[in-house]
Design a protein around this ligand. Structure first.
Ligand SMILES: [Zn+2]
Ligand SMILES: [Zn+2]
Length: 264
């Protein structure tokens, strides 16, 4: 059995906990160590079980608690060569922390297999991850990407569980308060995935076998959870797919105070 808890999700911080038989990992550590410790405790999850953290990229909403967490609990950090380089340059990683730059070929952590894939984002070398647990179930983590490339699509196809970015509503962003350069950045190919772009991809993934979808990394300013949800549902329904029969869809909360999780 595998338990997955999205602990924090969105512009303010991202971190997800995944635990199977003998292995527990975090994907990103984008809130303070204190916040992550408190959230794990609240969900009755044991931080000392976590031996590894997978980092998607070096933006602060993915690494804020990384240095303290990795140092305090002796957790090993994995990411792409480019992200590791950025983390060393920013003083987040140092000699006291165990870390490894990994390729997209894949690697093992305990009894799970991790296969990274490249995403298009304005950072050094961002990764998404597909985690295969001992029962051969696959969970994909795909956020912080300007668009869904063929590489991302191929990596995600066939995953049982999909955490996918549904960052903003294009209309809300265009008409919102963000300065022009930031709007351009978010809308670019190296920015963030909109509700519409996410929704458009989902029927293809469900056809290939995905049954659980978690809409993630929602913008606080430029999105409303209900809107993200309805945009994706409408796309799936219009492709003849039925909620709860063919798929189950959730929103990752900004902060998971209610213990929402997925069991596979
Ligand atoms: Zn980012
Ligand atoms: Zn982010």
């Amino acid at each position: 059995m595998t338990k997955i808890y999205p602990l924090f999700s969105g512009s303010r911080g991202n971190s997800t906990y995944l635990e199977c038989q003998n292995t527990a990992i975090l994907i990103d550590a984008g809130c303070s160590t204190k916040q992550i410790e408190a959230m794990l405790k609240k969900n009755e999850l044991d931080l000392t079980k976590i031996k590894s953290i997978l980092i998607t990229h070096e933006h602060s909403d993915h690494i804020m608690g990384l240095r303290t967490l990795a140092t305090r609990y002796g957790i090993k950090v994995y990411s792409s060569k480019g992200t590791i380089k950025a983390l060393i340059e920013h003083g987040i990683l140092n000699d006291k922390i165990s870390y490894e730059a990994v390729s997209d070929k894949g690697f093992e952590i305990g009894d799970i297999f991790v296969k990274p894939f490249f995403t298009s984002h304005d950072s050094n070398e961002s990764f998404g991850y597909v985690v295969t647990t001992p029962d051969q179930r696959k969970t994909a983590f795909a956020t912080d990407m300007g668009f869904v490339s063929n590489e991302v699509r191929n990596a995600i196809n066939g995953c049982d569980v999909l955490f996918i970015e549904s960052n903003h509503d294009v209309g809300m962003l265009e008409n919102g308060k963000y300065p022009y350069f930031l709007k351009r950045r978010i809308l670019s190919n190296k920015g963030h995935l909109s509700n519409e772009a996410c929704a458009q991809e989902l029927p293809g993934f469900v056809k290939k076998g995905t049954t659980r979808i978690v809409l993630s990394h929602l913008s606080e300013q430029n999105n409303i959870p209900k809107l993200a949800y309805e945009t994706s549902i409408a796309s799936l329904l219009s492709n003849g797919m039925k909620s709860r029969l063919d798929f189950d869809i959730k929103i990752a909360s900004k902060e998971n105070h209610l213990g929402e999780h997925i069991i596979i």
